[in-house]
Structure formats: C-alpha cells, structure tokens
Design a protein around this ligand. Structure first.
Ligand code: SF4
Ligand code: SF4
Length: 185
C-alpha cells in the first residue's frame, strides 16, 4: 500500500504542539486502534515503514533524547569514548558512567556531556544505543512500555505511529493476533 505524503514532526517543539492538540486519552485510543490489527502485523509494518520515517527526521537537529536520557554503554563504547576524552577506560568509567544493579553501564548525567550547541559532538562515534534509538525493530512494538514512553519525546516514534494509524484507518480489516505476546522494554 502506498503511504500518503504527510507533514513530518521533526523536533520536540513541533511534537509538543501536536500532542497538545490530541487531548487526554489519545494514546490509549491509538493503542486500542492498532491492537485490533494484531501485534505481528504491526511489527511487520514497523519494519516496512520505519526506515522512511528515520530518513525523514534529522536527529542532529532534534537531539530531544540527548537532553533527557542516559544511554547504555557497551564495553566497546567505553573504550571508544575514553579514547575521545583522552582518558583510560578505568578513568572514564569512574568519572563519566554509572552501573545499574543489574550490571548495565550508563553514561552519567543528562543532558548528555557530548551534547554541544544542541547537537552531538561525537555523532560518528556515538554509543551503539544512541545510534539504535528509539529501538523500533524489536518484537512486540505495540506492547513495549518504552515505545509508548518515547512516543511523546521522539518525533520518529510519533511519526511512525501516525503512519500506522493512517494504514489502520484505511484498512481496518487486517488480521488480528491480540494477546500473542507482552513485552515491557
Ligand atoms: S552521545 Fe551523542 S547521541 Fe548519544 S546521548 Fe550524547 S549527545 Fe546524544
Ligand atoms: S532519536 Fe528521536 S528524540 Fe532522538 S534525536 Fe532522533 S528524533 Fe530526536
């Protein structure tokens, strides 16, 4: 099905303005509308539509996630960021990261220390979790708590949900697999 052209939300200000027009209870309504189409179907459509939405939003001009989230760091991220800071991995870990009870390592402080003049100063070397954000392509899109938390933060998530709604309205008789799986990440 061809996707209709639409005006993309491209930054936090535009997103706030859009959400202000939607009113209370809108997200619940959207979830219910999309769940009628089924989790597997939505995951497949996220896979198909996600790349065009990501291409339409310039993250270097948005940076909304960089202001409020603390990205998780892999071992390789720590090594690379330490080098950028001219520090040893141990120094960088001690000064710039924190470790969760489950042993995950996160870059400490928000806004992010690498956010300079509104954009990422290490974009080409940013952590893997930044490059993958907002993590669209994991299973059970509809049931992932973080997707819906990021709906009001990230223009990519918002725009993608708009496209899914458009499809749902245009084709309400698609298959349903309600209740096939739950996931909170
Ligand atoms: S490293 Fe760059 S992309 Fe990641 S949160 Fe910081 S500023 Fe944003
Ligand atoms: S991932 Fe989302 S919130 Fe982060 S910079 Fe890109 S559009 Fe903005």
């Amino acid at each position: 099905m061809e996707t209709p052209p639409r005006a993309w939300v491209s930054n936090a200000e535009e997103l706030r303005a859009e959400l202000a027009n939607r009113g209370q209870g809108f997200v619940k309504e959207v979830k219910n509308q999309l769940r009628k189409r089924g989790s597997e179907h939505i995951d497949a459509r996220v896979g198909a539509l996600g790349p065009q939405v990501e291409a339409a939003v310039d993250c270097t001009r948005c940076a909304a996630c960089c202001k409020v989230l603390e990205p998780e760091l892999s071992h390789e991220d720590v090594q690379r960021l330490a080098e950028i800071q001219s520090q040893s991995a141990a120094e960088f870990t001690q000064l710039s990261t924190e470790t969760s009870n489950s042993g995950k390592v996160f870059l400490k402080a928000s806004p992010c220390r690498f956010l300079k003049a509104g954009s990422c100063s290490i974009y080409a070397s940013r952590p893997e979790s930044c490059a993958d954000f907002p993590h669209l392509y994991r299973p059970y899109f509809l049931f992932r708590r973080l997707i819906w938390e990021h709906y009001s933060l990230c223009p990519i998530v918002f725009n993608l949900v708009e496209l899914l709604r458009d499809e749902s309205t245009a084709d309400p008789n698609s298959p349903s697999d309600i209740g096939k799986g739950l996931c909170s990440t």
